[in-house]
Ligand binder design. Sequence first.
Ligand SMILES: C[C@](O)(CO)[C@H](O)COP(=O)(O)OP(=O)(O)OC[C@H]1O[C@@H](n2ccc(N)nc2=O)[C@H](O)[C@@H]1O
Ligand SMILES: Nc1ncnc2c1ncn2[C@@H]1O[C@H](COP(=O)(O)OP(=O)(O)OP(=O)(O)O)[C@@H](O)[C@H]1O
Length: 307
Amino acid sequence: MKSELVLPAPAKLNLFLHITGRRPDGYHALQTLFQFLDYGDELGFTLQDSLALECNLPELVNDDNLILKAARLLQQETGTQQGARIRLDKRLPMGGGVGGGSSDAATTLLGLNALWDLQLSEERLAELGLQLGADVPVFVRGSAAFAEGVGEILTPAHPPEYWYLVLVPDCHVNTVKMYAHGDLTRDTPAIKVCAALETYEEQRRQNRLHNDFEPLVRRLYPEVESCIRLLDNVPNSSIGRAMMSGSGACVFVPFASREQAESAKATISSDSGSDIEAFIARGVNTSPLHSTLHRRQAVHQLEACST
Ligand SMILES: C[C@](O)(CO)[C@H](O)COP(=O)(O)OP(=O)(O)OC[C@H]1O[C@@H](n2ccc(N)nc2=O)[C@H](O)[C@@H]1O
Ligand SMILES: Nc1ncnc2c1ncn2[C@@H]1O[C@H](COP(=O)(O)OP(=O)(O)OP(=O)(O)O)[C@@H](O)[C@H]1O
């Protein structure tokens, strides 16, 4: 039986997000700090003649799925005739602002590049990824980063790797609609990359970080507003205030340890008496996708040495 290449597709958080302008093509100029979470979807890749996608959520199996788009883009780019059975175990909330679809696309680009032995550089894969979505390049590069442009100009960053309690409000926020909304703030002054990175932790401690989507999304989606209030008002040992990721809906709050995040999660579910979906994950500056691929490469090198 052919073996399956199993790879993670981690979530991301936007630790802050500024919209600094709108380009002539309608896309928005951003400045944002991306960090990965050690939590996400799982993909499995097995060689076969044709392309096929399987998923625990059957409604995600369609031609618009970014996984199939990424696989076809690689076939077009390289002319390869190879195919694959791709298994998606979907765990990340959709329309959650944690980049699930984009991460799946990036894992597919890196996974099939390895499975089909295409030898494309990470730089080329990031360029291909940008054709699929503005959030794909950071997942391809695999390093926490300060991002500019539409999110593709990346400067590696090393924010503290806190534990996060992430609440998943019971609503889907449509990214395209939020970017198009008349009330969105689009004129946050641009900051210098070195200043942004040097002062990040101090700004965070002083609760001075912000996400330009947040006021609009809180106003339009009461579910998001109430999750942020819940995180800010329930007594807990968080080390900062709650913020929203991307264009929403997920909101997150940092803790110094997993235990503290677990205990806040328990307090929130008992005090609020609600069953809001939540998960705990660690912020990591190297993508779990890249850690897995590096381990796999090291094992292959060891095997090659011992034969
Ligand atoms: C909100 C974020 O998640 C922050 O990281 C991203 O900016 C969204 O990235 P994404 O979901 O990968 O977005 P894409 O799939 O590339 O674009 C969807 C739509 O969002 C709008 N869009 C996206 C990114 C951007 N910098 N400006 C935009 O105006 C465009 O109308 C675009 O047609
Ligand atoms: N593999 C995929 N997984 C999830 N959604 C996908 C996928 N491929 C395409 N989509 C489509 O993309 C939409 C948004 O998905 P996603 O989960 O990436 O949103 P998001 O977390 O808000 O992303 P972002 O933070 O990049 O704005 C979904 O509603 C779905 O229609």
